[in-house]
Ligand binder design. Structure first.
Ligand SMILES: C[S@@+](CC[C@H](N)C(=O)[O-])C[C@H]1O[C@@H](n2cnc3c(N)ncnc32)[C@H](O)[C@@H]1O
Length: 250
């Protein structure tokens, strides 16, 4: 991936649509008294969600996986500053080859990252890592309208053809031999305020820093297009947040 792409995300605490409220809402859907010893945060980025999880579960140890070392370095620094480094282990590995034993995790959390594996592939690769009674919480792109505008449909088809309806995600989960404990659609502000607003500020700075740089221009144009399309069509898609447990409901 282009260095300029990473520069566009520099200093951002969030690299996917989400918010503290959304993480809290998903946590509140877990069974009361659920107290994981080992949490796995997959595609953790710089660790905003990892830190929320560490606060929510003061006894848990968290393995935070990402394949971009500078993000993990930043997470390590944030964890040290928060006094949480003893419980957070950054792990630089591919999300489909994490080297963790099956049945070793109580809670898998992955916000805005399962698309990198593919929803179905991620689901099937990650659920075997769960211990009996374990839960997986993931967010991924879903249409929130039955008939998306052709413009936004074409963009998503090029960027992430796996985008589908919530109903299709629910049946994918069932077909993978799992049960949906609960699910919800993330609010539009998780995109506009929490994610795109700081990203837009970075893009504006980079446009000034690289006024005549063809590679920068193309990275910036691609990200700007994504933000502009969200302004126009953001009510037609969002992230669905799914809480899943392996095995079929009886
Ligand atoms: C869209 S970001 C989401 C980050 C974070 N969960 C958040 O909500 O801010 C996806 C993350 O996955 C990481 N990533 C991309 N491909 C990966 C792979 N194959 N294995 C592990 N991590 C990967 C990226 O470096 C990035 O930090």
């Amino acid at each position: 991936m282009s260095q300029l792409f990473f520069e566009a995300f520099e200093g951002l605490n969030r690299m996917a649509p989400g918010s503290r409220d959304t993480t809290r809402r998903a946590l509140a859907l877990l069974e009361s008294g659920f107290s994981p010893d080992h949490i796995l945060d997959i595609g953790c980025g710089t660790g905003t969600v990892t830190l929320h999880l560490a606060e929510a579960f003061p006894r848990a140890h968290i393995t935070a996986v990402d394949n971009h070392r500078p993000f993990l370095d930043r997470l390590g620094q944030r964890a040290r500053e928060a006094g949480l480094d003893g419980r957070i282990r950054p792990l630089c590995r591919d999300m489909l080859d994490m080297g963790l034993p099956e049945g070793s995790v109580d809670l898998i959390w992955s916000e805005g990252a399962i698309y990198l594996a593919g929803f179905d592939r991620g689901l099937r690769a990650w659920t075997p890592l769960l211990r009996p009674g374990g839960v997986m919480a993931v967010s991924d792109a879903c249409w929130t309208t039955a008939q998306p505008d052709p413009v936004i449909r074409a963009w998503w088809t090029a960027e992430y053809p796996d985008i589908t309806t919530v109903e299709d995600r629910l049946s994918q989960i069932e077909q993978a031999g799992c049960t949906v404990l609960d699910h919800f659609i993330q609010p539009v502000t998780d995109w506009s305020e929490e994610y795109y607003r700081p990203l837009q500020a970075n893009l504006d700075k980079l446009a000034l820093k690289y006024p005549e740089h063809p590679e920068a221009a193309s990275v910036l144009a691609a990200l700007q297009e994504e933000i502009d399309l969200h302004r126009a069509y953001g009510h037609q898609y969002s992230y669905g947040f799914f809480l899943i447990k392996p095995g079929q409901a009886r």
